[in-house]
Design a protein around this ligand. Structure first.
Ligand SMILES: [Zn+2]
Ligand SMILES: [Zn+2]
Length: 471
């Protein structure tokens, strides 16, 4: 028997269609044994006939049945047929007959039956070898985990694994309280990663915000309690898109504290929490410890209660929120540059205003004006497109040089959120944490007056220009 590999890509230079046709013809060669095409055809001599056999069939016949050049034609044919599923033998025979093979078929079939038993046995052996090898790997990993992870008080779990190469694997493994991960590599490499994780867990340190003592993973995640009596609460689910504080523990703390408050205060505190004020800024005996292996964790003492207002007022942003709430404004959350900002809507002198205490673009209080409610400004909305366009452009330009007035800046480009801009003003005073509701109203009224004044001034200048240009 002689075997030759057909070269699919001859070095002879052929051009265009010829080359393509020749390659396609070669690829179209059908394997007499399995009937598939395109899997690197080889040629096998049977008597004087050259049969095309695909690479897969040839290597299987050699591996499982030691097909060799010394085999008589009947044996070669029988070995090739023995690889086939019995239902497909007739088809394989037909392909061989078409190729011109003439052998005593009865004898071939008997011999094929004998070889088929060998194939089955060999396949089973190979399977077992692979399984044994796979499980040997797993046993070794388990032994390692017991010795290096379990013995140190940590827990482990193998969720799933697959073999990806001769000696490489991917394993989905949990090491608790650290978490779950996928590790890929040889057994040695995977073990090294596990040791890294164990090292990370053992060297992690936090500090109790109440008594200042240093804490390791065992106190925080297993014991769950500090020497001073404070308890650790690690979150177990959190919002992917919100801040780190949108998690189940935060909610529990909120619920627990709010239920102890009188109704009026409960409304204020829950509004503040909803706009993103942290629980630890609103309540006593609650502190944020930080992330513990990725999960936001809080420290709480037995007696949690609301902080007095003076304390909350230390943050100017929170102070302004409280005053806005007391003045009857209500908040609405928008998303700007991947963070949440709160706009508080209310009415001042018949005009709807939205106040943002936490705007990232400006220092100070940012106020959007509903232009529909400002008569002089509203008129522009009904102008024909071209005229309105001209007017807007001039207004924008004019505001750049003329927008400032005392503590206020009027602008047409306040970012409301990621998709919207608005007109309004900024109050730049730093003293807004000590405002009363009455003072807040005055600040907003004055700002609104400044805004209206700017509109008036601009219109007188702009119409002056256009009139002079027209005349
Ligand atoms: Zn084949
Ligand atoms: Zn403590």
């Amino acid at each position: 028997m002689s075997v030759e590999v057909v070269n699919l890509f001859p070095t002879t230079r052929l051009v265009g269609k010829d080359l393509l046709r020749r390659r396609l013809n070669l690829l179209k060669k059908t394997c007499v044994a399995c009937g598939n095409t395109g899997n690197i055809p080889h040629r096998v001599n049977v008597g004087g006939i050259r049969l095309v056999v695909c690479g897969a069939c040839l290597s299987e016949a050699s591996r499982l049945l030691s097909l060799s050049a010394g085999d008589p034609p009947v044996t070669v044919v029988a070995k090739l047929l023995a690889l086939r599923n019995p239902r497909k033998v007739a088809l394989a025979m037909k392909r061989m007959q078409n190729a011109g093979v003439e052998v005593p078929w009865q004898e071939v079939l008997r011999e094929a039956e004998f070889f088929r038993a060998q194939v089955r046995q060999r396949r089973e052996e190979i399977q077992t070898e692979a399984t044994v090898k796979r499980h040997a790997w797993l046993d070794e990993l388990v032994k390692f985990l017991e010795k290096k992870v379990e013995s140190r008080g940590l827990e482990w779990e193998i969720h799933d694994w697959i073999r990806t190469g001769k000696n490489t694997y991917i394993v989905k493994i949990g090491i608790y309280p650290w978490g779950t991960t996928f590790l890929e590599g040889t057994l040695d490499e995977i073990q090294e990663c596990v040791l890294d994780i164990v090292g990370e867990v053992e060297s992690a340190r936090w500090r109790c915000p109440f008594c200042g003592v240093e804490l390791g993973w065992h106190e925080v995640t297993v014991q769950g309690e500090c020497m001073c009596g404070a308890r650790f609460r690690q979150s177990t689910c959190r919002s992917v898109f919100g801040s780190a504080h949108e998690n189940n523990v935060w909610e529990e703390i909120e619920e627990r504290i709010l239920s102890c408050l009188p109704e009026k205060e409960r409304e204020l505190y829950s509004t503040l929490i909803n706009v993103g004020v942290r629980v630890e800024d609103l309540f006593e005996n609650v502190a944020y410890l930080g992330k513990v292996f990725g999960w936001p964790t809080y420290v709480v003492q037995k007696q949690m209660r609301a902080k007095p207002k003076e304390e909350i007022f230390r943050s100017p942003t929170n102070a302004l929120r409280v005053v806005l709430w007391e003045a009857g404004f209500s908040p609405c959350i928008h998303k700007l540059s991947r963070r949440r900002i709160d706009w508080w809507g209310g009415e001042v002198a018949g005009v709807k205003l939205y106040v943002c205490p936490s705007h990232p673009d400006y220092r100070g209080v940012v106020v959007r004006v509903e232009i529909q409610d400002v008569p002089l400004r509203k008129e522009w909305l009904s102008l024909p497109f071209k005229e309105a366009d001209e007017l807007y452009e001039a207004w924008t330009e004019w505001l750049i040089d003329n927008g400032d007035s005392g503590d206020y800046t009027v602008t047409d480009s306040l970012r409301v959120d990621d998709h919207e801009w608005s007109e309004g003003f900024i109050w730049k005073s730093q003293g807004y944490h000590s405002l009363s509701t009455k003072e807040l109203r005055k600040v907003l009224e004055d700002g609104l007056e400044v805004y209206k004044e700017k509109v008036k001034m601009f219109l007188s200048v702009f119409s002056g220009v256009t009139y002079s240009a027209r005349s």
